[in-house]
Design a binder for this molecule. Sequence first.
Ligand SMILES: [Mn+2]
Length: 386
Amino acid sequence: MFHIVLACLFFALYVIASTERVDPWGNEFGKVEDMSFSGIVTFAHLPHIKCLDDIDAPFDIALLGIPFDAAVSYRPGARFGPSALRSGSRRQRPDRGYSSRLKIDPYNSALSILDCGDVPVTPFDPAIAVKQVNAAYRSMLQHPVASETTMTKLNMQRGLDNLYHPRIIALGGDHTIVLPILSAIHEVYGPVSVIHFDAHIDTWNPERYNGRVSLQAGVNHGTFFWHAYEQGYIRPNASIHAGIRTRFSGPEDLDDDVTAGFDLIHTFDLDDYGVDWIAQKIKARIGNGPVVISLDVDVMDPSTVPATGTPESGGWTSRELRRVLHQLVGLNIVAFDIVELSPAYDSNGEISAIAAADMVYDFLSILALGVTPNADDARTPARDEL
Ligand SMILES: [Mn+2]
């Protein structure tokens, strides 16, 4: 009898031992963080949730790709911009994100950040694509924030409904996407100021814009700010371009630009007056109202960022642009976008994508540092007020 019991016991032990999971990797290495070059590519290895499908996912900041490029005037290809930005961000890691300059690690701040993937925009119908971008952005703005307490501490802007809404960093895509974005932002915050980094003004009146053969053709990456002005999305006389250097049809383009509410910093102003002057001019123009920062990567020189659809010589370096951006800490920023990165024209070394991804890192740092309360609201006069 005893032998039978013993045999049963050994058999039971044998069964238990033989079903124990063999896990050599886990036993020897445990959980190892992904290397910069390993893993599924999200922006800076951030967690990914498809937020357009998972509508209750909370976050404070979302990266949202908008791979639309059906409204460009020269080289197409910016639909691959979101993918290139993610690839260019691979050396940004949540465990190695501290900036010695800004004294912040946006990936380990109290604000939670997600890579929400891309808006699956149609490449075949620009009118519908614009509607899709607007619907997606509006849905994104209605996601619950993860840390209301932190947003309060950071003096972040509440919506007109007195609620906090998350900050979306749009990864374009051509610049047309900013029209449906501004529409969505206007719905939540009312009219906003725009700080627009670009070689081009993008306030071209579609009545005069080359190639307009239909009403729809007048909605493109050179006219969207004019439409935004006409729709009332932009605060009067409270926006500014920086880095402008393209050619114009004539002085009337600049008159329209003033009408649309923009002041202008030329690319050469950097040499004549320096980074501090540019930052002060921007801040004085904007005041402390809600502001959107829209960055066309062609504001940088093609030697720094060749991967763009309408390159213009004589631009800023990535270093100069980042120094200007760093001085915008404290502004009441409600949205960022980075557009017109078109990786087919990049170098094998991804120089454009890496520079562009670093700008997004600066956007995140600026958000994590919060809003300076009681900023001087004095604005500089517009060109037509001088
Ligand atoms: Mn441009």
